[in-house]
Design a protein around this ligand. Structure first.
Ligand code: FES
Length: 382
């Protein structure tokens, strides 16, 4: 606003208090050395067909924003989002549309709201043409007179935009912004619409992974992913060379031939485990975590692939240094010291899966992880 060097002396506090908004607007311009060249009313003749048409166009955009926002909200909650295998052609088709539908509805809603605001500004807000001399105000802050005149100016702009008397536009804009806001709130909250304590001891709970046994004697094998969920390739200790690493997923005989269950086990985000075979010399240097001394099978160690920082896959294993690397933020974990973090932002060790070899010679999980995997967890103690 004013540099304080504008033409004429500043009005006194009493004079300021006595001024109405029009006078304050003029005073603001004068103090700032602003010359208003043109300040046309966009609709000098009120109530014309063109004005009403413009009002309807703006309303239409806001209603479209509301409609798309509502569609986003409905899709977010009710669209079939759970994986369906290719064998169920219909189910797979609708499932595969989940993410595109969310993207399109949210995108259309934001776009329509923006276009509505743009069209409104273009059609109804007076396009003032003014010239002002530049000033740096010599480092001084705003004075009372500056503050008052700018508030008056803003209020005047709002009134001249005629928004106050355009209830159709106001309501549709409120509806569009409200529904979009609802979707924005629902997006992060929706993932919590699940009881974390339901089925607490099963592999379906948040506290367990797919490695959790469904009954005490169940055998959960380590399997590799060949690209075909139906092709079961189990892992024997001799399959891995010393210093080698392989990613494995859980497999139970009860799921053999069940394409949906097999595909789900491979897709479930907390299932992947990094199976590492240390070189014999390195195996002698291992420091085990208290209470997990028997989680390994000889030189074979299995750690979750879910980084304890923010959950990226820790998919790199450096054989020479025995370090597990997370490419997201470069955390490094020492495979010789129970995958303890030794570099980067991660502060917790990777959870270790207890493994052994079954009577048939294949590697199996002895039980699920004994702690939640991945990043912060509200009941985590480590
Ligand atoms: S998610 Fe692994 S370092 Fe950040």
């Amino acid at each position: 606003m004013s540099s304080g060097n504008g033409p004429g002396p500043d009005p006194t506090e009493e004079e300021l208090a006595a001024m109405d908004r029009d006078e304050l607007v003029k005073l603001g311009g004068k103090l700032d050395g602003v010359e208003i060249v043109d300040y046309p009313d966009p609709w000098p003749v009120k109530g014309t067909k063109a004005e009403k048409r413009a009002e309807r166009v703006v309303t239409m955009w806001f209603l479209l924003a509301a409609l798309a926002g509502a569609a986003f909200f409905v899709a977010l909650i009710w669209w079939p989002w759970q994986y369906e295998p290719y064998t169920n052609a219909d189910g797979h088709f609708w499932y595969s549309l989940y993410t595109p539908v969310l993207g399109v509805t949210l995108g259309v809603s934001v776009l329509a709201l923006s276009v509505g605001i743009l069209v409104y500004s273009k059609k109804f807000v007076p396009q003032e043409l003014a010239v002002q001399q530049r000033t740096d105000n010599q480092g001084q802050g705003s004075r009372e007179v500056d503050r008052k005149t700018i508030v008056a100016h803003l209020a005047d702009s709002g009134e001249r935009s005629t928004i106050a008397r355009r209830s159709m536009i106001k309501r549709s804009a409120g509806l569009g912004a409200g529904v979009l806001g609802l979707g924005a709130v629902a997006l992060p909250v929706a993932s919590f619409i699940k009881n974390p304590w339901a089925e607490a001891d099963t592999k379906y709970s948040l506290a367990h992974t797919g490695w959790q046994k469904e009954f005490p004697d169940e055998v959960v094998y380590l399997r590799r992913h060949t690209g075909d969920p139906g092709e079961i390739s189990l892992v024997r200790p001799e399959d891995l060379e010393a210093g080698g690493m392989e990613t494995v997923w859980p497999f139970r005989e009860s799921e053999r031939g069940d394409h949906t269950a097999l595909a789900h086990a491979l897709k479930r985000s907390d299932n992947p485990v990094m199976l590492i075979r240390l070189r014999a010399d390195d195996g002698k240097k291992v420091i085990k975590r208290k209470g997990q001394e028997d989680f390994n099978y000889g030189d074979y160690y299995a750690y979750t692939k879910i980084c304890s920082h923010v959950g990226c896959p820790t998919s790199l294993y450096e054989q020479q240094t025995n370090r597990i690397l997370c490419p997201c933020h470069q955390s490094q974990f020492d495979a010789l010291t129970y995958a303890k973090p030794i570099f980067g932002p991660a502060t917790r060790a990777l959870a270790q899966l207890p493994i052994t070899v079954h009577t048939d010679g294949y590697l199996i999980a002895r039980h699920d992880f004994i702690e939640p995997i991945g990043p912060g967890y509200w009941e985590r103690k480590s």
